[in-house]
Design a protein around this ligand. Structure first.
Ligand code: ADP
Ligand code: GLC
Length: 539
């Protein structure tokens, strides 16, 4: 089990190293609301180029459920632009967007992955996803782990992804890959560091160090001892120890996310505010204690946004391009959005919601916002899909109820291209989350000149600064924020936002401009991750 070094995690996160080579592609405009503190003098040595392997259940746009997919793609690209070698390993799902994979071919035909005392035969494929080098693991067994038509939501999810973690390591071992850093994401890949330090290190993989990023503490991968048996972690009494994988709430279960935290060399979550919330603010979903134990290797790194994938000047999914200096195109997109959804062409602002219809997103407040907007001279559009049937049915009911409104359209489903049109065409984006480790929708909205109205939680609190009440300088204020997650709280912010749209268009325009000009790219977070990699790597 790796030991935390004595230096505090915070020092690593805040350390600014000398600039890396300039990226080839244009970064987002400057003037950041998220500037990291000035570099401590004197600067440390230059970090040499690193070999980083990302092991992830999602990657935008080919296998995307939520923001995790965007983060893995965006961080991967940033690291590559800084001269590092980056490879991704994913499951080969049947439901991937194969139209976004270039040059897909078999690269390793006979990978035998140890499983339940036997082994499963796998084929490994290689392909490029918008320039990222990706390996896709395809198991051949009756379980058809990744041929389920969906990415998550299966009864055997824990086994499916435990298998994936073991397969990724077996692939690296057999192909002689010795990355400096293995970067794992969420509970689905949390067994990787456990397997690395308990099994693969003894087979010769002594070089890699592991960074584990928790995107969402609500899903931890909790299961019975079968998962240990399956993956070859054969001493249950050892792994069930409270300091290792035993679930804090259920003594008969193991908790994969906890294992990832214990065994990784560094653990991050996706915003500084949420790092505090999870450890000390009661939002760690039972993992508070283990975060305290490992606090010397734990911290928050605010997500960035891939400013090429989300770029209103070049986006092929929207009919008109635009920028902070040429905002007219945005209103062509607004017209196109109305046309697409049969909405009236009037003077009203469009309030939008894009996201998973999951309780963490504050669905009661989303519902309230629809009626509040319609009663207060605004239009409303929603794009969302629910993982469960009752929520789906509820929103379908709402859709039928509002079907005749010329000011409202609810699109129930998942549609990557349509999401871009909504970000570009709407005026306001609501994000009334109850729980939000970072949130990307407010960042994408800002990039497309859509003013965010958010609840002050997690990464939303770290990225949206209230026009009227923030203590930030005026040019950094970029939206509206409310604190109490109730109807009155939401109304207080939405009322001000709609009022500003009608009565102070110049101020509204400033908010648009401040959001579009802020540096929300991967530039700073990319440097933070490199600092972490450099701190933990085998030197
Ligand atoms: P989470 O990861 O919790 O779902 P984020 O705000 O971090 O939330 O990221 C959500 C990402 O998924 C964004 O890129 C958003 O545009 C996208 N998204 C969510 N729901 C949909 C949908 N129904 N259709 C298209 N894109 C969606
Ligand atoms: C998770 C979180 C979200 C975050 C995303 C990417 O799904 O719910 O807040 O933005 O991961 O890190």
């Amino acid at each position: 089990m790796p030991q935390a070094k004595s230096t505090m995690a915070e020092e690593v996160l805040l350390k600014e190293l000398p600039p890396s080579p300039e990226p080839e592609e244009a970064p987002c405009p400057e003037a950041a609301p998220q500037d990291i503190p000035p570099p401590p003098a004197p600067p440390g040595p230059q970090i040499p180029p690193l070999f980083v392997v990302m092991i992830s259940p999602e990657l935008a746009p080919v296998a995307k459920v939520g923001g995790l997919a965007d983060v893995v793609f965006g961080l991967g690209r940033e690291l590559e632009m800084r001269g590092n070698a980056v490879e991704m390993i994913l499951p080969k799902y049947d439901c991937m967007r194969y139209d976004h994979i270039y040059g897909l071919c078999k690269t390793y035909e006979n990978l035998w992955v140890p499983w339940f005392g036997g082994a499963i035969h796998c084929t490994v494929w290689f392909g490029f996803v918008h320039g990222r080098k990706c390996f896709f693991i395809e198991p051949h067994s009756n379980d058809s782990y990744f041929n389920r038509g969906v990415i998550y939501g299966q009864q055997d999810d824990v086994l499916r992804f435990a298998f994936f973690s073991r397969a990724a390591l077996e692939f690296m071992l057999k192909t002689g890959k010795h990355p400096d850093i293995i970067h794992c994401h969420d509970w689905q890949t949390a067994l990787t560091p456990v397997l690395l330090y308990e099994i693969y290190q003894h087979l010769g993989m002594t070089h890699p160090r592991v960074c584990f990023t928790v995107h969402n503490f609500r899903h931890q991968g909790v299961a019975g001892s079968q998962v240990l048996q399956a993956t070859g972690l054969n001493r249950p009494e050892y792994y069930f120890h409270y300091d290792r994988l035993r679930d804090p709430a259920n003594p008969a279960a193991v908790n994969l996310m906890k294992g990832g935290i214990v065994y990784s060399n560094f653990v991050t979550t996706v915003s500084p505010r949420h790092a505090w919330e999870a450890k000390d603010g009661g939002q760690g979903h039972g993992l508070e204690h283990i975060l305290h134990v490992h606090q010397n290797k734990y911290g928050g790194v605010l997500n960035g946004l891939d400013c090429e994938m989300f770029n209103p000047e070049t986006d092929r999914h929207i009919p008109a391009s635009f920028s902070a200096d040429k905002i007219e195109g945005k209103y062509e997109n607004k017209r196109a959005l109305r046309h697409r959804f049969w909405l009236a062409d009037n003077e009203k602002p469009i309030v939008a919601f894009v996201g998973r219809l999951d309780p963490q997103k504050g669905l009661d407040l989303v519902r309230h916002a629809i009626f509040y907007a319609l009663n207060n001279r605004a239009q409303f559009v929603l794009l969302g899909s629910a993982p469960d049937k009752p929520t789906n049915d509820h929103f379908w009911g709402l859709k039928h109820h509002l079907n005749n409104s010329p000011d409202c359209h609810l699109e129930i489903g998942y549609n990557l291209e349509l999401a871009h049109l909504i970000y570009a065409g709407a005026d306001l984006m609501i994000v009334p989350s109850r729980y939000e480790p970072c949130g990307l929708t407010q960042l994408i909205a800002m990039r497309y000149g859509t003013v965010p109205v958010v609840r002050s939680v997690g990464g939303l609190a770290d990225t949206v600064f209230d026009k009227d009440y923030s203590d930030r300088p005026l040019h950094e204020r970029n939206g509206y924020v409310f604190h109490q997650p109730d109807n009155a709280g939401l109304e207080s912010a939405l009322h001000r936002a709609i009022g500003c749209y009608y009565h102070f268009p110049d101020h509204f325009r400033n908010l648009i401009s401040n959001g579009m000009r802020a540096d929300i790219s991967w530039k700073h977070p990319g440097q933070h991750y490199l600092n972490i990699y450099d701190y933990i790597r085998d030197k």
